[in-house]
Design a binder for this molecule. Structure first.
Ligand SMILES: [Zn+2]
Ligand SMILES: [Zn+2]
Length: 212
C-alpha cells in the first residue's frame, strides 16, 4: 500500500518518505523551524567575533561555532559566509534517516568591544618595566616583548620616554614575570597597591632593568 503525502499528495511509490510526509515536504517543514537570522557579537575595533564564550578571529570554524547554538539541537555545517550572510547545511537524525537542508541565513553583527580592545581603550595595565641604560638593547627588548605579548593575546600599551630609557606598560603581570624569568633578566621588583577587587588586593608590578 503506497502512502500519500498529506501536504502535496505525492505517493511513496514515486518519492522517498520521512514518516508521513514526502521528502520535499518534510524538508520544507524542517526549514520552517530554523531561524533565518543569527546575531554574531563582533568587536568593532579588531573584528574578532564571540564564539564558544570568547573573542576569536572571524574565520570559518569560528563563524560556524558562533552560529551553531542559535540553530538549536541540529548539526550545522558552514558552507560559505561573508560579513552579512552564511550558507549552511543543517541536518537532523530522524527515525527515517538523516534529513538535511541547505539555507542562507542573514548575519546581524552586534558591535561590542572584546576584552583586549576594551582594556586598550582604557589604558589598562598591570605591570611596568622600567628600562634604563643602553638604547640599542632597550629598543631590542621592546621589539621582542611586544612580539611575545602579541603571541599570547596580551598587549604592550603605552611606551613612555624617560630620562635614561623607557617605561613599558603591559597588560598582564604574570606574562611580564614569565618573560623576565624565561630570558633570565636581572630586575629589581616593586609592588604598588592599586586597589581591592572582590576582597583581594590588586598590585601593579614594576620591574626595573638596567642595560650596560
Ligand atoms: Zn509532500
Ligand atoms: Zn577587539
Amino acid at each position: 500500500m503506497p502512502k500519500y503525502c498529506p501536504t502535496c499528495g505525492n505517493s511513496s511509490d514515486r518519492v522517498k518518505f520521512f514518516g508521513n510526509f514526502c521528502e520535499d515536504c518534510a524538508r520544507a517543514k524542517f526549514l520552517e523551524k530554523l531561524p533565518k537570522i543569527v546575531e554574531i557579537v563582533t568587536c568593532k575595533r579588531c573584528g574578532k567575533i564571540k564564539a564558544g564564550g570568547s573573542f576569536v578571529p572571524p574565520n570559518g570554524n569560528n563563524t560556524e561555532l558562533a552560529i551553531k547554538p542559535q540553530i538549536g539541537k541540529y548539526a550545522v555545517h558552514l558552507i560559505d559566509y561573508d560579513a552579512n550572510s552564511a550558507k549552511i547545511d543543517v541536518s537532523e537524525e530522524t527515525p527515517h534517516g538523516r534529513l538535511a537542508v541547505e539555507l542562507t541565513i542573514e548575519i546581524r553583527q552586534k558591535k561590542a568591544l572584546c576584552d583586549m580592545c576594551y582594556k586598550k581603550a582604557c589604558n589598562y595595565y598591570e605591570a611596568v618595566i622600567q628600562l634604563r641604560g643602553n638604547n640599542y638593547k632597550i629598543a631590542r627588548f621592546i621589539e621582542r616583548i611586544t612580539r611575545f605579548f602579541d603571541m599570547n593575546n596580551e598587549f604592550v600599551g603605552k611606551i613612555e620616554r624617560a630620562d635614561d630609557g623607557s617605561n613599558v606598560y603591559l597588560s598582564n603581570k604574570r606574562l611580564a614575570q614569565a618573560y623576565i624569568s624565561k630570558n633570565r633578566l636581572h630586575s629589581t621588583n616593586s609592588f604598588t597597591l592599586a586597589g581591592v577587587k572582590n576582597g583581594k588586593r590588586i598590585y601593579k608590578n614594576t620591574y626595573a632593568i638596567r642595560y650596560e
